[in-house]
Design a protein around this ligand. Structure first.
Ligand code: GDP
Length: 197
C-alpha cells in the first residue's frame, strides 16, 4: 500500500457525516500536542496532510484520508485537550468520539500517539481501556523519541511495556520519531496488516 498516496477525503462533525461504513479504517488518537499530526504526516510522507485537520474549525472534527487501495482510509480523531477550559465542549468531544468508536464497523485498529516523555496519561489510559473492552487492536506510537538519549528512550519503552503487559489488545508498541523518521516502516507494516485484514 502506498501511504504517500493519502489524500484528504472529508471532515465529519457527527457519525452520519462520515463516509459509508465500508472497507477498512485505522484511526489515530492522542492528546493535543502529543505529536499525532506529525506522526500522520511522517507516515504518509506528506508534510501538509494532517495540517488540514488543524485548520481552525476542523480541530474538533473527525478527518478522513483515503489511500490508494479502494476502501482503505486513515482517520484523524480530534486531539484531546483543546477544550480544557470549557466542560461542555469537552463533553461534546467525548460524545462525538464515543459515537464514532462504538458504531464504526469498518474500524480495524486504533493508533494511540503518546509523547514518550509523558506516557500513559489519563486520556491514554481511557483509550487503552476502551480498546481492551472492545477488543480493538491497538498500536502505540511512543513519539518524540529523539528528545531522549537512546538509553533513556529504551528505559521509557521498557517501562511502558511493563505497565501494559496485561493489555491483550496491544499488538504494536513502537518507539517513534516523526523528526528522525524512526519507526515509520514498522508503523506502516502494522497499518497495512490491519487495513488488509
Ligand atoms: P498534535 O497536536 O498531537 O497533532 O501534535 P503536533 O504533531 O502538531 O506536534 C506538536 C509539537 O511537537 C510540534 O511543535 C511538533 O513539531 C513537535 N513534534 C511532533 N513530533 C515530534 C517528534 O517526533 N520529535 C520532535 N522533536 N518534535 C515533534
Amino acid at each position: 500500500m502506498a501511504f504517500n498516496s493519502a489524500r484528504f477525503l472529508v471532515s465529519a462533525s457527527k457519525v452520519k457525516e462520515c463516509p459509508p461504513d465500508e472497507g477498512s479504517e485505522v484511526a489515530f488518537a492522542g492528546r493535543s500536542n502529543a505529536g499525532k499530526s506529525s506522526a500522520i504526516n511522517a507516515i504518509t510522507v506528506n508534510s501538509k496532510l494532517a495540517r488540514t485537520s488543524k485548520t481552525p474549525g476542523r480541530t474538533r472534527l473527525i478527518n478522513f484520508f483515503s489511500l490508494n487501495r479502494p476502501g482503505c482510509r486513515l482517520v484523524d480523531l480530534p486531539g484531546y485537550g483543546y477544550a480544557k477550559v470549557a466542560k461542555d465542549m469537552q463533553e461534546d468531544w467525548q460524545k462525538h468520539l464515543d459515537d464514532y468508536l462504538s458504531r464504526r464497523e469498518c474500524l480495524h485498529g486504533l493508533v494511540l500517539v503518546m509523547d514518550i516523555r509523558h506516557p500513559l496519561q489519563d486520556f491514554d489510559r481511557m483509550m487503552i481501556e476502551w480498546c481492551e473492552h472492545s477488543q480493538m487492536p491497538l498500536m502505540i506510537l511512543a513519539t518524540k523519541a529523539d528528545k531522549l538519549k537512546s538509553g533513556q528512550a529504551k528505559q521509557a519503552m521498557t517501562k511502558i511495556r511493563q505497565a501494559l503487559k496485561d493489555v491483550s489488545c496491544l499488538e504494536h508498541l513502537i518507539q517513534f520519531s516523526a523528526l528522525k523518521k524512526q519507526g515509520l516502516e514498522q508503523a506502516r507494516d502494522a497499518l497495512e496488516g490491519w487495513l488488509e485484514a
